[in-house]
Design a protein around this ligand. Sequence first.
Ligand code: SF4
Length: 340
Amino acid sequence: MSLWRPDRVYFEPAAKETIIGERVKKYCVDNDIPILETTSHNQVRDLPGKDDKAKYAAAKKTLIVGMKRSLKLDVCRPSADYQFSLMTNCPGTCEYCYLFTTQGKKPFVRVYANLSELYETIDEYIKKKLPHATVFEAASTGDPLGVEHITGSLRDTIIHFGTLPRGKLRVVTKYANVDSLLDIPHNNHTRFRFSINSNYVIKNFEHNVSNLWDRLRAAGKMAQAGYPLGFIIAPIILHDNWKQEYKELIDELYNHIGAKKSMITFELIQHRFTMNAKNIIEERYPNSKLEMDPEKRDKKWGKYGRTKYVYPKDDALEAKEYITSLIKEKFPHGHIQYFT
Ligand code: SF4
């Protein structure tokens, strides 16, 4: 898969003279991409396209380089203590994407340039929890590897965490362009996770992200470079033949990375949806094969009182036990952190 290339790049004035801003400007000049200015992403109104659908597509091809205004970090359970954003939204277009309900009609890909302020904030949060380590998630609001070839900010962040004795970083991606991360002093402080799934899910619902084989090859390279490794299987979808396909997935994973003695983590997340997400997905992908029938699901109360629809208890338990047994068989040193 070729790396994402935006059609246009907007800069907020303060972001232009930063290190990240300079890198993005160079990328634009090298790739002949128009450079524009805006005071804020809310002010970008002149997108090409006649209707909402065309404007949505244009926004997905628009990069905005800005400054992260609020540096208060949100709690991020169950995968970490806190989350922070190097970027918001994503060049990918997965039909089940968890960002749909927050990104509105114009899902600009936004990257943040005030990294030194972000690092100061992270250092402060770590100090508060000493002598315990603090774990941060860097991929809750988007997939930072999707824009790494433009910003280099994930590389900077991994190097920063490498210097923090009590700071741990977690990243997750569906991309495979890891080469710029292989030779840096990560000091085992970054757990790099790849999001993987059955062939059916990847083929039908994941678009503009790396294919499974590239992700698995990238995982092999990261293991070789000494990174603690993890895999997120999400969303687990109980489609026809799901047992066979998830078995093939774990077999392929084993074929690519082998039975590592080092601890590999697994996070298992069953498919869920809110009614709001269902409406947006059905409007955006009218022919989607994504099953979202509330009658076939159990209700679960989520954050802020939102109702999520998950698989019925017995089906979820079956999926949990089955996928756990596949993992245990091939990766006896693997650690399943949660099934949710
Ligand atoms: S890669 Fe992740 S963040 Fe990007 S579109 Fe797909 S699900 Fe959403």
